[in-house]
Design a protein around this ligand. Structure first.
Ligand SMILES: Nc1ncnc2c1ncn2[C@@H]1O[C@H](COP(=O)(O)OP(=O)(O)O)[C@@H](O)[C@H]1O
Ligand SMILES: [Mg+2]
Length: 307
């Protein structure tokens, strides 16, 4: 196949995408495909001629225009075949608020949350706001930009006085900020490949959160595939992952992340439509746990959209 791997882009996750895309291109070449790479940088329109010349565009972008559905919409208009979810599903998964509304509607448990939007008249520095949020969500609670990735702009608020500064910080990254009940316990992740769940993984970060450093620095998180969890928890995670995948109308390879509460079961955090493919990434580890090497994983993802 003539495959164009898109990597880089202009989002906060550019470096991660370069790492993913380089590995993917090498892996596809190992499988004998005719592979070129292109970096849309800040001008995705410039790569359109190359994209049209390829049989499949392999999306190794993370965050921003590569993951939020806008490049997907451009490709749909231009008749370009690409890996992963379409423009609507990509946009839904990027928006944590809409994702959680759809998870709830589909019976996928997700932690209680509230939203604040620029211009909605909320004074988040007022004591009454802090009181109302703590009454609704308890402490600790998590403040995060609604449409960001890689744990950027996220704060775990443990005391009332930390809430207003955390909201201000999150607003530096997005015009919509989510406040979410903190879910104590363990972190699980489920990849979806070819419309079926992959082995469940557990992430044990060295920090309190699975933050940017833990995600991308080898040794800063332990990833266990398959996770050492009871069979019924594994089955529930895989079932809920598929329900979340369908709720957002995802396609191709995706990854759904969960918290496992010590007594209250699973809570879905979010869906990732273009999961990382770096040396420390989770979906490649899930594939390895099912006996699938990295080049085969990359090829499967490409074949799913080939004409
Ligand atoms: N409600 C929550 N309770 C506990 N931990 C959370 C919660 N929300 C986020 N986290 C922690 O922060 C990480 C990043 O949050 P996530 O919602 O997945 O955003 P991102 O899109 O930045 O990955 C999670 O992997 C988890 O470790
Ligand atoms: Mg996440």
């Amino acid at each position: 196949m003539r495959i164009l791997v898109l990597l880089g882009g202009a989002s906060a996750e550019r470096e991660v995408s370069l790492a993913s895309g380089t590995r993917v291109a090498d892996a596809l070449r190992q499988k004998g495909h005719d592979v070129t790479t292109a970096d849309p940088g800040a001008d995705p329109l410039a790569i359109l001629p190359d994209a049209r010349a390829a049989e499949v565009v392999w999306m190794a972008l993370h965050g921003g225009a590569g993951e939020d559905g806008t490049i997907q919409a451009l490709f749909d208009l231009a008749g370009v075949r690409y890996t992963g979810s379409g423009h609507l599903a990509s946009a839904l998964a990027m928006d944590k608020d809409l994702s959680k509304q759809l998870f709830r509607a589909a019976g996928v448990p997700t932690a209680e949350w509230r939203m604040v939007r620029t211009g909605d008249g909320t004074d988040w520095t007022a004591p009454a706001f802090t009181e109302e949020m703590i009454a609704a969500l308890g402490l600790p609670l998590v403040v995060k930009p609604s449409k960001q990735g890689s744990t950027v702009g996220l704060t775990v608020v443990k005391a009332a006085a930390q809430l207003a500064p955390a909201v201000t910080e999150a607003f530096h990254h997005d015009d919509e900020v989510m406040l979410e009940a903190f879910v104590p316990g363990r972190e699980l992740t489920v990849g979806v490949l070819a419309d079926a769940p992959m082995p469940v993984g557990e992430i044990i970060p060295k920090h309190e959160l699975y933050d940017y450093e833990c995600k991308y620095t080898p040794g800063m998180a332990e990833e266990i595939f398959p996770a050492a969890i009871p069979d019924d928890v594994r089955d529930a995670a895989q079932r809920q992952a598929m329900a979340a995948y369908r709720a957002l109308k995802l396609a191709g390879c995706a990854r759904i992340d969960f918290r496992l509460h010590p007594t209250d079961g699973l809570f879905c955090l979010e869906a990732n439509t273009l999961p990382g493919m770096t040396g420390t990434s989770l979906v490649p580890q899930a594939a390895a746990a099912m006996g699938m090497d990295f080049p085969t994983l990359c090829e499967r993802i490409a074949l799913a959209v080939a004409r």
